[in-house]
Design a protein. Structure first.
Length: 603
């Protein structure tokens, strides 16, 4: 009692030193440094505990950065080291000039990792001139006597020509022109012995041959029947030549090379006229000159001829049907084919005489956007177009909205339509296909019907199943709705599309205030509502007021209602004659006295 206190057991990161507990070397692990007691690049060689202080030792130079506590095994090897068991061993030196690296030095990421390996260098092959590529060992350039093969990977030995052969293409080692040496036999050129590279020119021609350019060609055989020798075969310098045989008189050179007597007979004073049968012509006469032996040739006249044609050139005397005489060449040429369905004939094909001409077709005209086809294009006449009728005051859809019960779509038009026209239908319900686009009819659902509520309002009663909803597009047919006041055969129709709006929430009335003049009432609605401004825009004057108020007659004869251009929530009511709506006696914001109130229509 009263003596100094002594710890029985030291806390973590403390060791006993005599009677005291002393903080271990290094630092204590915490949330920012969990489990690490030694600084970076060091490891815990001896743990702290009992009477032993912590000893931190340096990781070896073979470690990349850190090493394991206790054994100091590198977590990862340093550059140019690879792992062998638990040790990091220096990799082999970089490959030399005439070597290629088969495997690169890999340091590995942990004990037993398959990614660690030593560097492996191999000598470049004897076919290489200089160095070679790493990994593949591919030669940078092929050595002399070798060329790069078609795949470009290997250097292959060049071919060596035999003594009695000559080089036609030299071996090229590298680059885009790389190729093997090519050889041909001298004997193929009738040489007597060796010949020269590339040209193949014989040093001496063999017997029975003569020099022809760089080659030695065999002499032609001795002259045959109906032939005479004009020149003998010889091989002596500039006088080298082949044997030349010609046909004797009254003979021609046939296609088989032999000399044959000419066919037919010669026209003379006793035998004037043609040598060929009718319907044929003499294309070439029998030739007797020694250098140009030809038999007489008779050929049929061309099918472009009516019947006969002229000797020599075979020109038609008269052109056949469906042919005409070309104005420049004089030949009979087939007329152009008949015009197709999209063309008409400008000129007719004519065969003979001064009126001979080809058929000429022209494309049928297409009417402009403001024209229509009054007469269709025929075989000989172009399309006739006429100006379209100008549509008078064409109207369009102003709004398309789902009904309150969502079982109808109500379409409003800005102007009157021909609701009972021949292309639509009367107010009784009918199918919608005559006025609406097919895609919209499908969206209305099976069994949907359409009818006119008035000449400005089309109603589509939805069927089932229906897909149309707020935001969808409502599309009119191309010839479904015609503006009012047009002729029955008018080509003017109302077309276009509009987005379907959702049901309209009823507006909320805030105040009704007389103007100072007493001739106008300003009716103000709560902005949370959605007044049907489009409805009033479509129904001007007194009629517009009846769409808003139940007893519009109180506003007087000729009263009109319109929305304030500056605000969609302020209705301007201009009173008419004999209005019964009067200001209240007191100056209040509500303007109607008892018995003279105005009631808004529902919706």
């Amino acid at each position: 009692a009263g003596g100094a206190a002594s710890c029985t057991t030291c806390a973590v990161d403390y060791f006993r030193n005599g009677a005291s507990c002393v903080l271990c070397a290094g630092h204590e692990a915490d949330d920012s440094n969990p489990g690490e007691h030694c600084a970076a690049g060091k490891y815990e060689a001896t743990a702290c505990g009992g009477s032993q202080d912590r000893i931190c030792a340096d990781c070896g130079p073979s470690c990349a950065h850190t090493c394991g506590d206790g054994d100091g095994v590198c977590d990862a090897c340093a550059a140019e080291y690879h792992r062998v068991g638990d040790s990091c061993v220096a990799c082999a030196q970089a490959c030399g000039d005439n070597e290629w690296q088969q495997l690169d030095c890999q340091d590995g990421t942990g004990s037993g990792s398959g990614e660690s390996q030593n560097r492996v260098c191999l000598l470049c092959g004897p076919t290489c001139a200089g160095g070679c590529e790493d990994v593949s060992g591919r030669c940078d350039a092929c050595a002399a006597g070798y060329f790069r093969d078609g795949d470009g990977d290997a250097c292959v030995a060049c071919m060596v020509c035999a003594p009695d052969a000559f080089i036609t293409k030299e071996c090229q080692a590298n680059g885009d022109e790389a190729q093997d040496r090519e050889c041909e036999w001298c004997a193929a050129n009738n040489c007597d012995g060796e010949c020269r590279d590339f040209t193949g020119r014989c040093d001496t021609c063999a017997d029975g041959s003569f020099r022809s350019g760089v080659d030695c060609a065999l002499c032609s055989p001795a002259c045959g029947t109906n032939e005479v020798q004009d020149m003998d075969c010889q091989d002596s310098g500039r006088e080298a030549q082949d044997r030349v045989c010609v046909c004797d008189g009254n003979a021609y050179r046939a296609s088989d090379g032999t000399c044959q007597l000419c066919d037919g007979h010669l026209a003379d004073s006793e035998n004037q006229g043609d040598h060929c049968e009718p319907g044929t012509y003499e294309k070439s006469a029998c030739q007797f000159a020694q250098q140009e032996h030809l038999n007489r040739v008779c050929e049929p006249c061309s099918l472009s001829c009516e019947f006969t044609c002229q000797d020599g050139n075979g020109a038609c005397d008269v052109c056949a049907q469906n042919h005409y005489r070309h104005p420049r060449t004089g030949a009979c040429v087939a007329c152009a084919p008949p015009c197709d369905a999209s063309e008409y004939e400008v000129k007719t094909c004519r065969a003979g005489g001064d009126e001979s001409q080809d058929r000429v077709c022209a494309a049928c005209s297409t009417c402009a956007a403001d024209e229509y086809v009054s007469e269709a294009c025929s075989a000989t006449e172009d399309t006739q177009c006429a100006a379209m009728e100008t549509c008078a005051s064409a109207t369009s859809m102003s709004s398309v909205r789902l009904s309150e019960t969502s079982d109808e779509v109500v379409v409003k038009f800005r102007g009157a339509t021909d609701a009972a026209g021949a292309t639509t239908f009367p107010s009784s319900k009918g199918g919608c296909g005559s006025v609406l686009h097919a895609s919209t009819v499908a969206a209305l659902g099976g069994g949907a019907t359409c009818y006119w509520r008035d000449d400005r309002t089309l109603v589509a009663a939805l069927g089932s199943p229906r897909t149309i909803a707020a935001g969808a597009f409502f599309i009119l047919g191309e010839q479904g709705v015609r503006p009012a006041g047009l002729a029955a055969d008018s080509a003017c129709f109302i077309t276009g599309s509009a987005q379907v709006l959702g049901r309209t929430p009823p507006p909320t009335l805030l105040s009704a205030q007389f103007a100072d003049s007493g001739a106008e009432i300003s009716v103000r609605f709560n902005p949370a509502g959605s007044p049907a401004s489009a409805t009033l825009a479509e129904q001007p004057g007194a009629r517009a007021c009846s769409y808003v108020f139940d007893e519009a007659a109180q506003l007087g004869s000729g009263a009109s209602c319109s929305w304030d251009p500056a605000s969609a929530f302020v209705l301007r009511v201009t009173l008419g004659a004999r209005a019964t709506v009067l200001p209240a006696p007191a100056a209040t914001s509500t303007a109607c006295p008892a018995g003279r109130s105005l009631r808004l229509r529902v919706g």
